[in-house]
Ligand binder design. Sequence first.
Ligand SMILES: Nc1ncnc2c1ncn2[C@@H]1O[C@H](COP(=O)(O)OP(=O)(O)OP(=O)(O)O)[C@@H](O)[C@H]1O
Ligand SMILES: [Mg+2]
Length: 315
Amino acid sequence: MIHLDNLTKQYDLPSGKGGTIVAADGLTLDVPDGEVFGLVGPNGAGKTTTLKMICGLHEPTFGTVAVNGVDVQRAPEEAQRHIGYLADFFSLYDDLKVWEYLDYFAHAYKMEEAAIPGRVNEVIRLMNLESKRDELITGLSRGMKQRLGVGRAIIHDPPLLVLDEPAAGLDPKARVELKALLKDLHARGKTIFITSHILADLEEICTSIAIMEKGHLLRVGRLEDVMQEGKSVRRLRIRLATSGFALTDWLSARPGVSGVAARGTAVEFALEGGDEHIATLLRELIAKGAPVCGLEEMSESLERLYSRISSGEVM
Ligand SMILES: Nc1ncnc2c1ncn2[C@@H]1O[C@H](COP(=O)(O)OP(=O)(O)OP(=O)(O)O)[C@@H](O)[C@H]1O
Ligand SMILES: [Mg+2]
């Protein structure tokens, strides 16, 4: 659906004394159909710049972008038909009604006249805005406005949705609604390319992610593969049936164990090594008479993995 080839963007430094900043540095990436692809990275990493080049809103300094097989620079108008873009900061026309706003954009996309009223109503239903159909945009909550923005992006039914921080500023309930909406659009066959600083949300909806920093992609892959990386250290939790065994002390004294922390009757810790190390530890622990009634491996959050990758802890 998206193909980036050596995509590069240099901006001139604003000082006027010459010099450039490389916001995207030779990005090569393929995003297949049907993915929910999350782009994460700190402020200034180059995410918005990349999204704008994908949508044909910024001219690359070098390299090319193709969306659904269409070269975005060579055939921008045709490419637009395949892309629905929601910018990080977008304005709505407050004095229009919800349906008028969508109708306006349907016309702007030169949709077939006869199909517009039906499509406008369909999008209003999809966005769960039926009760606001005839109301002015100015009276919508922030979450509703965000959904209307997504509605505008999909009014012409593009196969690709490009969303720049759509969850920014939303309360937890509105975030849950937005996630449900994106899952629904994904189930309807849309490919979604999304940035967010709310990594827990991305972890829930993405099929693949890329981690970007200083214009480079540090990691790209299926969510589960990226999450699997750097797992030479496992986070484990052992639960005892009764108190009385000094599990914390016992674990802390063992080689390869770190980060020991008591959590009620359970103890969490990190262990270096593979399955056989876990088996050995458990065998010795039981031989010591510890009343072990549970062992579980805790999955690492994207949040934590991301901070480990960007701090260089996972190379
Ligand atoms: N129009 C511009 N002119 C000059 N420099 C720019 C311009 N737009 C972005 N930059 C610079 O390019 C770099 C990447 O910016 P970009 O907005 O793409 O980052 P981002 O990853 O989207 O960050 P954020 O998480 O804050 O949205 C930054 O150093 C920024 O200052
Ligand atoms: Mg940005």
